[in-house]
Design a protein around this ligand. Structure first.
Ligand code: SF4
Length: 359
């Protein structure tokens, strides 16, 4: 069985292989239209497992669980913003929201995090960012501050997955990662316990490289002594870094735009990014650029909200009417404005964030 590394930072580019091997369902056009968000319309969400039942709930205005989590292992970048934008979208669809700040997971599964205290320190800014992006206090919990019910549930899950199964899915038995995983399964499933929201469909947005978690969680859900709905997942493409080949990652800061980057830093990074421009201006005017390989265009695809502006960028690129320098300036302008406004909001939310993290 092929392994996908949920902790790595290499992008998954062979989508066909992933679909075939892991039995994912392509995200149908009809669903994209019904949901209407840019992530669906622009093929950023590419696949799903069992999403029909969540869509049904949305259409009937019935509750469903919206659960996702991010390890507090570094500052948030635009890839994390994409996760949070999707979370906010489902929140607006009327979900019961569970955004997990994974402090324990960050410490147990990442070598670079040296203590839980360090993970908590990072979590404060992460939570301030999440609040600034549209979450509120009630939507967020920190693993380390959870109730005893959540922890006894995580131990209970431990009995339902064997070392052999774990090794077959993840390819190793690193105990830090095993304990992180037990918490992650608990994160996705605990909302269905009677003490929380009770039995109902749930949705979690993940990257294709995190599918091992999804399959294991769905399997565990069926074997626990509760009448759980098997959790649904939607899969999105990862936002690439600004250079060739990798997903945007905290481990490669020169290729990522962080939510706390200054306008000047963001400008520098966008100006230095890998584009689909031709070797000479003359050639580009004649042949047009190659947006399909351009990291700047990918940034727009994920984060430029206006469909009309995105269409204009694409058309002018392909026809050679606009060259890369001018095109980058458009992104620098809207991104700079976003970062400035976001940082003002996040700063105001810092006291609230500290309270959420430290109690
Ligand atoms: Fe990318 Fe814009 Fe250049 Fe096209 S014109 S390759 S979208 S930077």
């Amino acid at each position: 069985m092929a392994k996908i590394d949920p902790w790595g930072s290499n992008a998954v580019s062979d989508y066909d292989h992933v679909f075939k091997e892991f039995g994912l369902t392509h995200f149908p056009e009809s669903m994209k239209k019904q949901l209407g968000h840019r992530f669906f319309k622009r093929n950023i969400v590419v696949a799903h497992r069992d999403f029909e039942k969540v869509l049904e709930r949305i259409k009937k205005k019935k509750k469903f669980i919206n659960i996702t989590g991010i390890a507090s292992s570094g500052p948030y970048h635009l890839g994390h913003k994409a996760d949070l934008d999707l979370f906010v979208f489902f929140k607006k669809c009327g979900a019961k929201n569970y955004f997990c700040v994974c402090d324990i997971d960050a410490y147990c599964s990442r070598e670079k995090i040296k203590s839980i205290a360090q993970a908590k320190e990072i979590a404060v800014q992460n939570v301030a960012d999440a609040l600034a992006l549209g979450l509120n206090e009630k939507d967020i919990y920190v693993q380390g501050n959870k109730e005893k019910e959540y922890y006894s549930f995580a131990f209970e899950i431990g009995k339902k997955i064997t070392a052999k199964t774990f090794e077959a899915i993840y390819g190793h038995l690193d105990l830090g990662k095993v304990s992180s995983n037990l918490l992650q399964y608990a994160d996705i499933l605990h909302g269905q316990l009677p003490e929380y929201s009770g039995k109902m469909p749930s949705v979690t947005g993940i990257g294709l490289d995190q599918d091992p978690h999804a399959r294991a969680t769905r399997d565990v859900a069926k074997r626990l002594p509760y009448d759980f709905e098997t959790p649904s997942f939607i899969y999105f493409r990862h936002l690439s870094g600004l250079k060739e080949g990798r997903k945007m990652s905290t481990s490669h800061p020169e290729t990522a735009i962080f939510l706390n980057d200054s306008e000047a830093d963001a400008k520098k990074k966008i100006n230095n990014c890998f584009t689909g421009g031709r070797p000479t201006a003359e050639e580009q005017r004649k042949l047009g650029g190659k947006p399909e390989i351009c990291k700047k265009y990918e940034l727009d695809l994920f984060h430029l909200e206006s469909d009309a502006k995105l269409k204009d960028i694409l058309e002018k690129c392909k026809s050679g009417k606009r060259l890369c320098g001018e095109c980058k300036k458009l992104t620098i302008d809207y991104m700079g404005k976003f970062l400035k406004e976001h940082q003002t909001k996040a700063k105001k939310n810092l006291p609230k964030a500290k309270k959420i993290v430290y109690g």
